[in-house]
Design a protein around this ligand. Structure first.
Ligand code: FAD
Ligand code: SF4
Ligand code: SF4
Ligand code: SF4
Ligand code: SF4
Length: 411
């Protein structure tokens, strides 16, 4: 019997699935077993659409269809968590299996704290994540840096620090560092991301640490919960998935890679946040850039922390209607409601038609608030900062000082 903290190499026993899968097919094999054994009623995963730049979220109830979701799409920048809340009733009264990257897992936790998702009904298979590449930028990068027609590319992967493509007539790899120096590579929020192995999922799966004859043919699985252990044991017993103990050397390598990725994330945070300036200078930068806003509400629609039925940005006494750009209050509302819980998923930046660096602005504030109060969003079920404000104490302070400003983060 496996238990929390155990580590294995795992792979599917289906040769057909193994051919389609990224690293041995344990993830799809486990999800298929969960569906077949009725541990879950449906699975939410991602499948390739018309090409490698088109990642399509897919709800599957027939186990036979799950093979179509195997494989990693590094241009799949979508966030599944908000879909669960918005279109799948927050898994309120059915069991849902779901593949999650770090940001998906973090967003699911923040939604669960706000009673928008029933986490008890969700079985999370986490995938380690080095980062994703915006599909639009990926096409441009492949054309200009790789000098390859993006429409001829049939496979991409990220391996040993390189972005590698296979296309009609050959394959090419370029180091991610080089690509990022020239403004390509991973999304900027992914560069700053420090959720590389999503241990808040039930199982955390990835290729880091798989060495020897299993390299490329198995996935490294860390058991992160009792639910995860039960799924793995049941899948092994049913013969859907095979496992062996993880190689101790592989375990060491995985820890080193994770450490290096965390350092890199910290380096990008310093670089991006420093470039924003400090205090009033930072405020001016944000005000200047958000003055391009056309109030399309896409950032609110996509953000996993934004789900209010009556959004304050639509209240005429807060944001005067019919004005474009909207008053800065539009952005201040979002900052004040979300900054403590932003999971840096990048969605608000990705969908912004005016290319406003929304995610950077919010993430910079989240990290500042985390430094002040020690609350890290998305890692566990601890309540966010605003839930801790003691209203009575606040009212007394307000009447004693005459100021409603609790902390001046722009001083
Ligand atoms: P499969 O059986 O092939 O299943 C893959 C699962 O991932 C499927 O459920 C599929 O729907 C889902 N999926 C594919 N693309 C996405 C996406 N964009 N968003 C959400 N779900 C998706 N492992 C590492 O150790 N280091 C890394 O740096 C790393 N980066 C990754 C980046 C991305 C974007 C993804 C999706 C995975 C990454 N992985 C990484 C995990 C690794 O690539 C394999 O997914 C993992 O080893 C499981 O392999 P498998 O054969 O068992 O998965
Ligand atoms: Fe992966 Fe983190 Fe980017 Fe999400 S934010 S896609 S977990 S690197
Ligand atoms: Fe994601 Fe942006 Fe919302 Fe932060 S503010 S959680 S980056 S959508
Ligand atoms: Fe709710 Fe505020 Fe987001 Fe509007 S901006 S949806 S009020 S959290
Ligand atoms: Fe403004 Fe961009 Fe948000 Fe649209 S997505 S409301 S343009 S910041």
């Amino acid at each position: 019997m496996s238990q929390k903290g155990d580590t294995f190499y795992a792979w599917t026993t289906s040769q057909e699935l193994a051919k389609k899968a990224e690293c041995g097919g344990a993830v799809t094999g486990l999800l298929k077993h969960a569906l077949e054994s009725k541990m879950v009623d449906a699975v939410l995963a991602v499948k390739r659409g018309i090409d490698i730049y088109d990642a399509v979220p897919t709800l599957v109830t027939d186990p036979k269809e799950l093979d179509n979701t195997a494989g990693s799409l590094h241009c799949g920048t979508l966030l599944l968590a908000k879909l669960v809340k918005k279109y799948l009733d927050g898994a309120k009264d059915y069991k849902l299996g779901i593949t999650v990257k770090g940001c998906d897992a973090m967003a699911l936790y923040e939604l669960a704290k706000r009673q928008q998702i029933n986490l008890d009904n969700v079985l999370m298979i986490g995938v380690n994540c080095g980062g994703t590449v915006s599909p639009v930028l990926a096409r441009k990068m492949i054309r200009t840096k790789f000098q390859v027609d993006p429409d001829t590319v049939h496979k991409e992967e990220i391996d040993k620090g390189q972005f590698i493509i296979e296309y009609e007539g050959g394959h090419k790899g370029i180091s991610i560092d080089e690509l990022e120096e020239e403004g390509f590579g991973r999304r900027t929020n992914c560069r700053r991301c420090k959720m590389k192995i999503p241990r808040q999922a039930d199982l955390a799966c990835g290729n880091w640490g798989v060495i020897g004859d299993k390299a490329g043919k198995a996935t490294f699985v860390e058991v992160c919960s009792g639910k995860g252990a039960a799924l793995l044991d049941s899948a092994v017993k049913a013969g859907a998935v095979a496992t062996e103990q993880a190689n101790p050397k592989g375990l060491e390598i995985r820890a080193k890679v994770e450490g290096a990725m965390l350092k890199l994330g910290e380096k990008w945070r310093k670089k991006d946040f420093t470039a924003l300036g400090e205090g009033r200078q930072r405020l001016n930068t944000i005000m200047k850039e958000t003055s391009r806003c056309i109030k399309c509400y896409s950032c609110i629609e996509q953000c996993p922390i934004c789900y209010c039925v009556e959004c304050s940005t639509k209240k005429p006494y807060l944001v005067p209607p019919g004005e474009v750009p909207p008053s800065f209050m539009f952005h201040l509302i979002r900052f004040s409601h979300i900054a403590d819980s932003c999971v840096n998923c990048g969605q608000c930046e990705e969908v912004c038609p005016m290319e406003i660096r929304n995610s950077l602005f919010m993430h910079a504030q989240q990290v500042a608030l985390e430094d002040m109060f020690g609350f890290t969003p998305g890692v566990d079920m601890k309540l966010p900062l605003l839930a801790l404000v003691d209203e009575k104490a606040e009212r007394e302070r307000l009447s004693a000082t005459g100021s409603d400003q609790i902390f001046d983060i722009f001083k």
